[in-house]
Design a binder for this molecule. Structure first.
Ligand code: HEM
Length: 391
């Protein structure tokens, strides 16, 4: 059965519904696929035809050039876009009706106060998890950006830093812009990757795939922070989820699949992650490149790679680390296990300074350099629609 007829069949017949889990938009009546449709067989029916048209007409450069200076949430859509792209961007940039500006403000403050943890968890932790998601690792590897991972990480971090910034969804922020650009990038990848000789799967980046990756971001980060005993007020926790719900919507995840609360998020994460994780040759190679770059950026010298390996292993655990073939480090491994919880406890005001092991400061410093590096790199580049696969 070809993809189109399979997709049609699922749209009509419905599949294993996630509906039982209490999703955000169960009541949203105007969603294109019927509520209850299996998200494995839904992609982005609004963005995909637009990106396909841009690529088929050879208008990628024109669109990227027009979007280059579109940077602020409150900025009008720039001139120079073909009409059908302009219409899509105007439509896609609208905040969902359920967005709650009060919660978004609380989330911004929370992101600021917990910035170090969140950047590490979303950047390094999320990165190491995504290379252990076979479909994502292969998509990243064989798409255009796979050939230049430093630029790729810098581009991805643009959205990450936008979500975490104080003005994320304020008029002078950039979250809406970066999410809409990313939505178009993903739509372009859906059109391009199936043309790659290395690609033999279904159309990539289904709604289910989006959910899988989404859970490696807020759901994973929240679980880790709770595990580390970071004290999080209920209003902060709810607001942090909310900022990611809004981001999911703007990335093109359909409201009926977006978890409505943490209970639904945790349940959905447990449902979608395990069957979608495992080892691949591409994932192992990407992990090695990412950790090599990280080591170079954070603490040049002989200790840096073992520290990065050990910290990555600490963040994502043994199972994922074994899939990614992250080396076990006999010295740094146990040191981090002892030092990191002490550093967190110190930051939370639960442990006096003299009890924080020396190793903690090496990790703290490396984490800061890592964040600073990608913040700087992110300023030099922009998210752009790819015009080809990995050369
Ligand atoms: C591009 C974020 C899900 C594969 C991007 C970019 C961002 C991003 C910010 C733009 C950076 C760039 O152009 O390199 C996200 C987020 C996701 C998500 C927040 C989920 C919540 C996925 C999934 C896949 C995927 C599920 C594959 C299964 C890709 C690929 C690119 C991309 C292949 C393009 C790289 C290129 O231009 O060559 N993503 N992504 N993403 N993403 Fe995602």
């Amino acid at each position: 059965m070809d993809d189109l007829s399979r997709r049609k069949m699922f749209l009509v017949g419905g599949g294993a519904a996630l509906g039982a889990l209490g999703m955000l938009g169960a009541a949203s009546a105007n969603a294109l696929p019927r509520a209850g449709t299996d998200p494995k067989w839904v992609w982005d029916p609004e963005a995909d035809p637009v990106a396909a048209k841009i690529l088929d007409r050879g208008e990628v450069q024109q669109v990227n050039a027009a979007l280059w200076n579109w940077t602020r949430n409150d900025q009008p859509v720039p001139d120079g876009l073909p009409g059908y792209v302009r219409d899509f961007v105007e439509y896609a940039r609208r905040m969902p009706s359920w967005a709650d500006s009060r919660k978004l403000e609380i989330a911004a403050e929370f992101n600021k106060s917990r910035g170090l943890y969140l950047n590490l968890l979303n950047g390094l932790g999320g990165g190491m998890l995504s290379t252990a998601i076979p479909k994502e690792a292969r998509a990243v590897y064989y798409s255009k950006g796979g050939a230049d991972m430093e630029d790729r990480v810098a581009k991805t971090s643009i959205l990450g830093f936008a979500v975490g910034s104080l003005n994320a969804y304020r008029p002078d922020g950039s979250c809406v812009v970066e999410a809409v650009k990313t939505r178009l990038v993903h739509a372009a990848v859906r059109h391009l990757l199936p043309q790659s000789p290395h690609w033999n799967g279904d159309i990539p980046i289904s709604q289910n795939d989006m959910l899988v990756t989404w859970h490696t971001l807020p759901t994973y980060a929240m679980r880790k922070m709770l595990e580390w005993k970071v004290s999080i007020k209920p209003a902060d926790s709810e607001a942090y989820l909310h900022v990611w719900q809004v981001t999911a919507h703007l990335l093109g995840i359909r409201d009926e699949y977006i978890p409505a609360d943490w209970a639904a998020a945790n349940a959905q994460s447990d449902q979608v992650l395990p069957p979608n994780m495992g080892p691949t040759r591409e994932g192992v190679e990407l992990t090695d490149i990412l950790l090599g770059q990280l080591a170079e950026q954070t603490s040049p010298g002989s200790i840096s790679r073992p520290l990065c390996n050990a910290f990555a292993r600490y963040l994502v655990g043994d199972q994922v680390s074994d899939w990614d073939q992250i080396r076990r480090e006999p010295i740094w491994g146990p040191a981090i296990k002892a030092a990191w919880p002490a550093l967190v406890a110190f930051r939370e005001g639960l442990l006096p300074l003299p009890l924080v092991p020396e190793a903690a400061w090496a990790i703290d410093e490396a984490a800061r350099r890592y964040i600073l590096f990608y913040l700087t790199k992110g300023k030099e580049t922009k998210i752009e629609i790819p015009d080809m696969n990995r050369p």
